[in-house]
Design a protein around this ligand. Structure first.
Ligand code: HSE
Length: 338
């Protein structure tokens, strides 16, 4: 379900792995920081040096949160697809296109692909998996779902012995940050949303967060991972948080509850039922205690019972951590010639 190929014997004995970043916004720059700052410890763990070889940007001269050497920057994606020193392409662009086309180009050019782009992955997963099969390369996307939380890997590996029948969670950091600050400080919606944008939590167009589209994209990917069924995000019932006010949050608090944007899916005899909507949860429950930009996911497993995961769901470094985790996972397999 989470494709793993065994075509890496040609990579044995490599002591250096080349990465290209498509995009250098919040996630691209966070990924770059993780690779640079933890270069030595990653080298010790993986046994290879991981170098960023190229970074695709829209404008060579744009102001940036993180500085990278000018010679790494390019506006031409062909520089990356045709570069034999690039083994893994990290697609961190956001949006459906050209991100989907670039992921497919990268796979067809013999590169492994890591992506944080939940919108493109959820909307175009069937075509992307076709490209994986055709190319014999790997596509991993831990960073696309719940930021730093290793939920995709846990489902794929540690819980592989289980049938998973239910998923419920908080999968969008921006809305959780907004609802938390509205509840704790009676903060005004517009100013907290502006803070979420400044901190690098929100999407380029934050209506993707507050209208629930981002959560629906992530739920679609979780459904695929956990149930092995593909549901296009447009088919998921969706309601955002824009109609909620302080009065709703206060009324819930009087009942001992918090309002959270909950993504929920059940795999029952009638098929998959999935929704994203604001719901009241007990303040002292697992989901009620998930605050700020944190995300939380509960997985209902037939053998393991319920599994609870919580961690930072948004932000450059937490998301960069998941991107680099996927890069390391592929690099390890390349090294060991799995
Ligand atoms: N805008 C997203 C969120 C970023 O707030 O969860 C991480 O996917």
């Amino acid at each position: 379900m989470y494709p793993r190929m065994n075509l890496w014997t040609d990579m044995k004995n490599r002591d250096e792995i080349g990465i290209a970043l498509l995009g250098f916004g919040n996630v691209g720059s966070g990924t770059y920081e993780v690779i640079e700052e933890n270069f030595t410890s990653i080298k010790e763990k993986v046994g290879v040096k991981i170098y960023v070889k190229k970074i695709l940007v829209r404008d060579l001269n744009a102001g940036r949160r993180v500085k990278a050497p000018a010679e790494l920057l390019t506006c031409n994606p062909e520089d990356i697809f045709k570069d034999p020193s690039v083994d893994i392409v990290a697609e961190l662009l956001g949006g459906l296109e050209p991100a989907t086309e670039y992921m497919i180009r990268a796979l067809d050019s013999g590169k492994h692909v890591v992506s944080a782009n939940k919108a493109a992955l959820a909307a175009n997963l069937p075509q992307l998996l076709d490209a994986v099969e055709r190319s014999g390369r790997v596509l991993r996307y831990e960073a696309a779902v719940c930021g730093a939380i290793p939920v995709m890997d846990v489902i794929d590996r540690a819980l592989a012995a289980n049938k998973i029948s239910g998923i419920s969670g908080i999968v969008n950091g921006t809305t959780n940050y907004i609802l938390t600050r509205m509840g704790e400080e009676a903060a005004d919606y517009a100013s907290v949303l502006a803070d979420a944008q400044r901190l690098g939590f929100a999407e380029a167009d934050p209506s993707g967060d507050v209208e629930g589209f981002d959560a629906a994209n992530k739920l679609s990917l979780l459904i695929w991972q956990a149930f092995g069924k593909y549901i296009h995000p447009d088919k998921i019932a969706r309601k955002g948080i824009t109609e909620l006010g302080l009065a709703d949050i206060d009324a819930a608090a009087l009942r001992g509850n918090k309002i959270k944007l909950i993504a929920q899916a059940d795999d029952g005899p009638e098929g998959v039922e999935a929704s994203v909507a604001p719901r009241e949860v007990p303040a002292d429950s697992f989901l009620g205690r998930c605050a700020g930009e944190y995300n939380a996911v509960q997985l209902d497993c037939d053998m393991a019972g319920p599994i609870f995961l919580m961690g930072k769901g948004a932000g450059p470094r937490p998301t960069g951590s998941a991107v680099v985790g996927d890069i390391i996972s592929i690099a390890r397999d390349m090294r060991s010639g799995v």
